[in-house]
Design a binder for this molecule. Structure first.
Ligand code: ZN
Ligand code: ZN
Length: 287
């Protein structure tokens, strides 16, 4: 096997309340010691000094994907700031990848993506960061083809709705709903109780059958760990599956889209799992 240079990995982080990320950014110390890992962080509460600032996207940008009514509703809730910075991290990651500053990224979110549609939200999701990033990257870099691969335990109804009439975006959702394919929106059925080996095989097959022939220019990985044993979407997966998934995603991104991969933190509630698995995934990205 040919030895590759390690890519440059960006970590996009905003400071937020809440249990699952209580150990961050402290738990990133070992991975941040690497020369090829950069932290982009945002003022949210009390932010330590940093060389790379994460700036929020504008309200007009949110309107490109979400209805005015929906944005108004979120704006008046106390989740707005966290939701805005979550989506901003994904947009910034995409822009820095296409401008050549970094190769891949891990985006911390307070609120995830995949239950946020053009005019509805729920299940801890407010804005669809991947959809907003796709809009911005098309505008700024002319990028056409994207893949969003969703290994959160639940069905991504928001992402599905946004891209159901868009054949330039391949959306693959792994969840317990039946197989369904419509205009490059693909639902891959996962049994209610599975194991690491079977799950990894499903993912590899989907790469082979859908992602490779589609030839996206960038892959978004909606990564949730809620399907891990003991979390709220328990599918029977053990914590080890996530590092293996990260290796597979990194490899496919290397083979087909010049390493361009953005990992977006989605579901999962356990603090111990976050503290253990997130640095493992970032290590794979930066290796
Ligand atoms: Zn979920
Ligand atoms: Zn699904």
């Amino acid at each position: 096997m040919i030895k590759r240079h390690p890519g440059r990995t960006g970590i996009f982080f905003h400071y937020q309340q809440g249990e699952r990320l209580r150990d961050f950014p402290k738990a990133l110390s070992p991975v941040l010691a690497k020369d090829n890992v950069f932290l982009y962080d945002a003022l949210y509460d009390h932010k330590p000094a940093s060389a790379f600032d994460l700036n929020p996207i504008s309200i007009e940008t949110l309107h490109k994907v979400h209805s005015r009514t929906m944005v108004e509703q979120i704006l008046s809730s106390n989740a707005f700031e966290g939701a805005l910075y979550s989506a901003s991290g994904t947009v910034s990651a995409g822009e820095r990848i296409f401008s050549g500053e970094i190769d891949n990224a891990f985006v911390f979110t307070g609120y995830g993506d995949h239950h946020a549609g053009s005019n509805f939200f729920g299940g801890g999701c407010y804005f669809n960061g991947a959809a907003i990033a796709i809009h911005e990257l098309r505008k700024k870099f002319g990028t056409q083809r994207f893949a969003i691969i969703d290994t959160d335990a639940h069905h991504g109804d928001g992402t599905w709705e946004i891209f159901q009439n868009n054949s330039d975006v391949l959306y693959i959702c792994f969840c317990t709903s039946s197989f369904y394919e419509q205009n490059y929106n693909v639902n891959i059925q996962v049994p209610h109780h599975t194991d690491n080996t079977s799950y990894l095989a499903l993912v590899k097959n989907a790469f082979q059958d859908w992602v490779r022939p589609f030839q996206p220019e960038l892959i978004f990985w909606n990564w949730g760990y809620d399907g891990t044993i003991g979390d709220y979407g328990d599918l029977g997966l053990t914590p080890q599956v996530h590092q293996k998934l990260a290796e597979e995603f990194k490899e496919i991104a290397h083979e087909i889209c010049r390493d361009r991969l953005i990992v977006i933190l989605c579901g999962g509630s356990r603090r111990d799992l976050a503290t253990r698995i997130i640095p493992e995934i970032i290590n794979v990205l930066a290796d």
